[in-house]
Design a protein around this ligand. Structure first.
Ligand code: ADP
Length: 271
């Protein structure tokens, strides 16, 4: 089984990846597609006259603050428009795709978090009202049932967040980490397709791509090279491998057969 994550970045066109999913499925490989969509969520927020909010943790990691209105837009855009568009495209490629959010069948479940530590103007604060969570379990049975019946699951966040008071709320979770949790639970390879062709030693120089890392020293070098959003991908990769994924490959989405190429080593392979 291969879990494929397509990026939400502006420069990523999913067409090549979707055609490749179709050929892999045709060859009899089981594929689970997952996707991000942060840019689309921000665009819709702005169209609705709302300002996307990003906060910085005391550790320096930047992430979205998801208040209630943002959460509504998130649900509209991610499992709504983006997921349906991907299912539609795959159906046109002859793939019997099934769209799922993390709430469906408790696919992605974990504790909801509403208070987050942030750094604002150099001061540490607690910001309340966040809709986010940490994925603790994956309903791999649901995915395996669909795969066994010939369907191709297309998964998007939100996840299903468990409230302290009991009950559930659908909340935001990082798409790379969701893909990692799924790959771990399925013991699959994870292909993370993005707008760069791998993890570069010098983030600005494609020629410095790190082809692979498997020892702790090599992994440390990858962690040292990653900046900004790539930091989260490397963190997710580590979680995937610790969770049981067989390999994680970070590769370019803008290639002819991006998944096949990634599985053949065209990218940064972590194992
Ligand atoms: P996506 O939206 O596809 O999930 P992100 O924007 O989150 O992708 O992450 C990919 C970005 O990470 C690249 O466009 C690049 O600017 C940045 N980046 C940071 N450090 C590195 C690195 N060492 N090698 C390659 N890209 C890096």
């Amino acid at each position: 089984t291969v879990v494929v994550k397509i990026g939400g970045a502006r420069a990523v066109d999913p067409a090549g990846a979707l055609a490749d999913v179709a050929s892999l499925v045709e060859e009899g490989r089981e594929v689970v597609l997952t996707h991000g969509g942060s840019t689309a969520v921000d665009e819709t927020l702005e169209e609705l006259g709302q300002e996307p909010t990003y906060v910085e943790t005391p550790g320096g990691v930047v992430g979205r603050f998801t208040d209630e209105e943002t959460m509504d837009v998130f649900k509209m855009v991610m499992p709504g428009k983006l997921n349906t568009d991907l299912v539609e495209s795959l159906q046109n490629e002859g793939v019997d795709a099934v769209g799922l959010s993390g709430a469906d069948g408790k696919l992605l479940e974990g504790k909801r978090k509403s208070a987050v530590r942030v750094k604002e103007d150099g001061k540490k604060k607690i910001k309340r009202g966040d809709h986010s969570g940490k994925i603790e379990s994956v309903n791999s049975d649901l995915l395996e049932t669909l795969l066994a019946d010939g369907y191709t699951p297309v998964v998007s966040v939100p996840m299903l967040g468990r409230e302290k008071s009991g009950g559930y709320t659908a909340v935001n979770a990082d798409a790379d980490r969701a893909a990692a949790a799924i790959a771990g639970a399925l013991g699959a390879d994870l292909v993370v397709l993005t707008d760069v062709s791998g993890i570069y030693e010098d983030p600005d120089d494609e020629a410095t791509r790190i082809d692979s890392a498997s020892t702790p020293e090599e992994f440390a070098a990858v962690e040292a090279a990653a900046e900004g959003f790539m930091t989260k991908k490397v963190m997710a990769a580590r979680e995937a491998l610790e969770g049981g994924a067989t390999s994680v490959i970070v590769a370019s989405a803008n290639a002819d057969e991006p998944i096949t190429a990634a599985l053949a080593g065209e990218g940064t392979t972590l194992e």
